[in-house]
Write a protein that binds this ligand. Structure first.
Ligand code: NAP
Length: 287
């Protein structure tokens, strides 16, 4: 029986899983796996697995995805989107429940604070903006209203100079830069794969780059741009973790945006290997 799996991608894990599943199936004539790798279409030259069908673009919400699953006779869905792609994950949960096909969410673990780190966790982008608004023009540490972690080193730093605002390394991704457009006093260094669109903060320098990044490079970047504070989402993984080690080494605080929660009752794993095991079970149930 043909098993047709929809893999919602856009992450390194999704590409690895695609390789694993299609590689696993090659040469096994009794196993007729049909893998469709799906991307939102945000990046002009996306990295895609060479071994399966690729489709690009949104489905049209829950209704569109429900119709797609039926029309394309999808028998299982793996959501390996980015931990912050909450709309897609919610749609996948609702559409698979509606059609009655199994869904697995693959989410890499979040980052964990280590001794020497100076993180402030906030619950979303809006809270990160508020945290930056409160970031002192001079005299770190005193992030007003933001609890400082126990054991924070709090060595005195001068943030900005005169009326100049803090210098921020913003790594939340291109589409989220707009959220910070109202911060006129802050100077931003943002890094993204594609150039951001308006609205943008008035004092913005953009670096177009795609990970992985290393600690030496990140340390040099933070130093060169005299960064006072790093803002990041808790994406997890190794591709972009070096900035956190560099910030730790330099004693730079990090505003860490927490992940959105997964929909209730969803089967979830945190590694590609666990996802492959889940897939083997679904496959046996299918046969
Ligand atoms: P999102 O807010 O959850 O999704 C917005 C809409 O984009 C979805 O409702 C869906 O459109 C479409 N979409 C998202 N992922 C899709 C996929 N894999 N295939 C087809 N359509 C998809 O997601 P997002 O944060 O904009 O992220 C978009 C993509 O970029 C995801 O694939 C994610 O893995 C990747 N990405 C995101 C981040 C991040 O920080 N958010 C970082 C790196 C990579 P319809 O409602 O029309 O179906």
């Amino acid at each position: 029986m043909t098993t047709r799996v929809l893999l919602l991608g856009g992450t390194g894990e999704a590409r690895r899983l695609a390789g694993l599943l299609t590689g696993e199936c090659s040469g096994q004539s009794d196993l007729d796996l049909d893998l469709v790798y799906s991307l939102a279409g945000r990046v002009r030259a996306p990295e895609v697995p060479g071994s399966c069908e690729v489709r690009i673009g949104g489905f049209g919400g829950v209704r569109g995805l429900t119709a797609y699953l039926r029309t394309e006779r999808i028998t299982a869905v793996v959501d390996a989107t980015h931990p912050f792609a909450a709309v897609m994950t919610a749609s996948a949960a609702r559409a698979t429940a509606e059609v009655g096909v199994p869904l697995l969410v693959l989410r890499r673990p979040g980052w964990v604070e280590e001794p020497g780190d100076d993180w402030r966790r906030v619950s979303g982008l809006a809270d990160a903006v508020t945290a930056l608004e409160r970031f002192p023009a001079a005299g770190y540490p005193s992030l007003a209203g933001i609890p400082s972690p126990a054991g924070s080193r709090g060595s005195p730093r001068t943030v900005g100079s005169g009326d100049a605002g803090p210098r921020v390394f913003l790594t939340t991704g291109r589409t989220d830069i707009a959220m910070f457009a109202g911060l006129r006093r802050h100077w931003f260094l943002a890094r993204s794969v594609e150039p951001p669109e308006a609205p943008k903060p008035p004092q913005l320098t953009v670096i177009l780059d795609r990970g992985p990044f290393d600690v030496a490079g990140e340390t040099a970047l933070l130093r060169r741009h005299r960064i006072d504070v790093v803002v990041t989402k808790d994406s997890g993984g190794t591709m972009t973790a070096a900035k956190l080690m560099a910030a730790r080494d330099l004693g730079i605080p990090v505003i860490m945006i927490d992940r959105p929660p997964l929909p209730a009752g969803i089967a979830a794993v945190s590694t590609v290997e666990e996802a492959a095991v889940w897939w083997s079970r679904v496959r046996s149930d299918d046969r």
